[in-house]
Design a protein around this ligand. Structure first.
Ligand SMILES: *[C@@H]1O[C@H](CO)[C@@H](O)[C@H](O)[C@H]1NC(C)=O
Ligand SMILES: *[C@@H]1O[C@H](CO)[C@@H](O)[C@H](O)[C@H]1NC(C)=O
Ligand SMILES: *[C@@H]1O[C@H](CO)[C@@H](O)[C@H](O)[C@H]1NC(C)=O
Ligand SMILES: *[C@@H]1O[C@H](CO)[C@@H](O)[C@H](O)[C@H]1NC(C)=O
Length: 231
């Protein structure tokens, strides 16, 4: 008897709760529509952002069990707009707060020059792809410390320079779970190595095409360091 009562509770929660019959959470659908104007090419292919199940929209993936958004692929995927927005733009990172189960966020090739609004605690985010946002530069660094659950961080061709303190000296080891880090095609010099030493779980590191002084191949603890002088 108790068992059937429980089943009914679930059925009713399912029907009248936030979980839409369409298989997409209303709050997440609204959040996607808020993001849409910033990614004008999102509707170029696939199912356009507007009506119906948002889990089927172009660049959106949801969990099959909870129906919540787990992956967002928001690249511009277009080169033509580059000249028009050569100044870049600032992304309000709070727009992602409704996505409680967001695991992977792809913002590559989007001409982002920085983030605004730093109250971004995305504690499920494991993969962040910011590749080829050349205008980002070191603006991004203070924000990275917020993404404490990251395992994969792609910052290739992001205009980063000098040395970075990716682990955050003041906020010790905020990126402590990082396993894959791509810093290729930036302007890092040899000081980068001291900050990387503080990433205990790093398994893969790409430093190809930076301003490193000499080419070396370092092996140990399964850490592969791939570096070469920028041509
Ligand atoms: C480029 O910018 C101009 C002025 O800001 C605007 O009128 C035009 O629609 C933009 N073109 C594209 C393709 O976005
Ligand atoms: C960023 O987005 C959030 C959520 O929509 C909003 O409350 C906030 O005012 C925005 N911040 C800025 C600086 O636009
Ligand atoms: C985050 O916001 C607080 C208060 O609004 C501000 O003091 C701090 O400098 C901001 N940090 C970044 C990285 O923008
Ligand atoms: C690396 O660059 C930073 C800032 O541009 C500079 O302060 C530092 O001395 C450089 N380190 C090396 C080893 O060249």
């Amino acid at each position: 008897m108790e068992y059937w009562k429980l089943v009914w509770v679930f059925v009713l929660a399912f029907l009248f709760g936030g979980y839409q019959s369409e298989g997409c959470w209303e709050i997440e659908k609204a959040a996607l529509l808020q993001l849409k104007p910033f990614f004008p090419h999102i509707n170029d292919e696939g199912i356009s952002w507007g009506k119906g199940n948002c889990c089927r929209w172009n660049g959106v993936e949801c969990s099959t069990s909870t129906g919540r958004v787990t992956r967002l692929f928001l690249e511009y995927r277009s080169v033509e707009v580059y000249n028009n927005i050569s100044q870049g733009w600032y992304l309000n990172i709070s727009l992602f707060l409704p996505f409680h189960e967001l695991n992977s966020l792809d913002l590559g090739n989007s001409y982002i020059a920085g983030f605004i609004d730093n109250h971004s605690f995305m504690n499920k985010l494991e993969i962040l792809d910011l590749s080829n946002n050349k205008l980002l530069g070191n603006n991004i660094l203070p924000y990275l410390a917020e993404f404490t659950s990251l395992k994969t961080l792609l910052l290739d061709n992001c205009g980063l320079e000098g040395s970075i303190d990716i682990s955050g000296k003041k906020r010790q080891l905020r990126l402590a779970k990082l396993e894959v880090l791509d810093l290729s095609f930036n302007y890092f010099n040899n000081s980068i190595f001291s900050s990387l030493a503080a990433l205990p779980h790093l398994k893969s590191l790409n430093l190809e095409c930076n301003l490193l002084i000499q080419s070396t191949y370092i092996q140990g603890k399964g850490t592969k360091v791939d570096e070469s002088r920028r041509a």
